[in-house]
Design a protein around this ligand. Structure first.
Ligand SMILES: C[S@@+](CC[C@H](N)C(=O)[O-])C[C@H]1O[C@@H](n2cnc3c(N)ncnc32)[C@H](O)[C@@H]1O
Length: 372
């Protein structure tokens, strides 16, 4: 994508549109590669080959896919400059130093943006419903159920690539939760999705007890399978805006991890956080960048590629799901730090106890913390 802040000429605009049209098609083909494990297949063949190259037939056999389709896919990857092809047009290669980017390596996860690409097919499935939600006479938004259940597993896979390294170390230390969790406290995560974070926290902090709640039963089912055998995890399908009446002052720490901006009534959910936290308890939200509330500033701060990615994903998913009931706050994932702070203040957290942090080790997130 054009890295410049704005386009100068008509030709530049035409080039930008062509580039996006091409990259959009390539991105969908890459999602096929992620889902069908074609990058893994190609890496396996290349690693076993003396010339570090692969033919279409070899990759097709390795991936158990049809050769004709694999040719088209490998051609798209080569023309997209993602893999190499020799002058014969028959031998494709993945450079050894690129293999960990595609499939991960020792102590290294695959490039996180591959999971962002993997959201596209699921977003496409809800396209017509999103289109209707845009119209004046259309519905207010789109329910989660309109998106395929794969959303939750893709989200968990992406969360893993961006949070696995620091969630239970740098992040917990930064918000002042590390010692608490090590000692043993009651923790709630609202909007836990397919359970990547709760599983990671429960394994790392066996003295603490974790309750995860999510609106969607299929997400809770996946999280339950993921957390099987962990005695310190309880998972419940429910709405964060209406938590269990018995939980008043029950939790020491409450997390919302990339979930606040997807909630229709985050204001009610934050009121509930106030109720269920013990006095002095800690509330922390990991949020997507959230931005400044001014798109001009956002493009300058995050760069065109990252800012456009978050706004476009918000238009296709976060805004519609966060709008689907009458009276929804319609945050979107670039709601602005000011709006995020205001929500916490309105939820009863003292202004001077709210912090918004942007640690370099979580470049795609911002972090809100507040104490009751
Ligand atoms: C973007 S996903 C994040 C999932 C998970 N925390 C992660 O980071 O991998 C947002 C999640 O919030 C859940 N959610 C949205 N509104 C909710 C509500 N009112 N109560 C509980 N969960 C909610 C959705 O079902 C979804 O799983």
């Amino acid at each position: 994508m054009n890295k410049r802040a704005s386009l100068k000429s008509e030709q530049e605009l035409r080039d930008q549109i062509l580039s996006i049209a091409s990259l959009g098609q390539v991105a969908m083909a890459m999602a096929l590669g992620v889902e069908l494990k074609l990058f893994e297949a190609m890496a396996t063949v290349c690693k076993a080959s003396p010339k570090h190259s692969a033919t279409v037939a070899e990759v097709a056999a390795q991936a158990a896919c049809k050769e004709r389709y694999i040719y088209e896919w490998m051609a798209a990857m080569a023309c997209g400059n993602l893999i190499d092809v020799d002058p014969s047009g028959q031998h494709f290669s993945m450079r050894p130093e690129h293999i960990p980017v595609w499939i991960g390596g020792e102590g290294q996860l695959p490039e996180h943006s591959l999971h962002v690409i993997d959201f596209l097919p699921g977003f496409g499935g809800a396209f017509n419903k999103v289109k209707e939600a845009f119209r004046l006479d259309g519905p207010p938004g789109v329910p989660y159920s309109a998106y395929e259940d794969t959303f939750y597993t893709v989200m968990a896979a992406w969360s893993r690539t961006i949070h696995d390294g620091e969630l239970c170390s740098g992040y917990m230390e930064l918000i002042g939760a590390l010692e608490l969790l090590q000692k043993g406290v009651n923790v709630l995560e609202a909007g836990c999705g397919a359970g990547f974070h709760i599983e990671k926290m429960a394994r790392t902090f066996p003295n603490s007890h974790f309750t995860g709640i999510d609106l969607t039963q299929s997400a809770i089912n996946t999280a339950t399978t993921r957390c099987e055998g962990l005695p310190n995890v309880k998972l419940i399908c429910g709405n964060a805006s209406h938590l269990d009446k018995k939980w008043t002052e029950h939790f020491d720490v409450v997390f919302f991890i990339d979930s606040c901006h997807d909630m229709c009534r985050p204001d009610l959910a934050i009121n509930e956080v106030q109720r269920v936290l013990k006095p002095g308890g800690l509330f922390s939200m990991i949020e997507w960048p959230n931005g400044d509330g001014n798109v001009y500033e956002d493009r300058k701060k995050y760069g065109s590629a990252v800012a456009a990615l978050f706004y476009a994903a918000s238009a296709m998913h976060c805004l519609p799901v966060g709008s689907h009931v009458e009276g929804a706050l319609q945050l979107g994932n670039m709601m602005g730090h000011g709006r995020g702070r205001k929500l916490l203040e309105m939820g009863g957290f003292a202004k001077d106890k709210i912090e918004v942090l942007e640690p370099p080790f979580m470049p795609y997130n911002c972090i809100y913390t507040a104490r009751k």
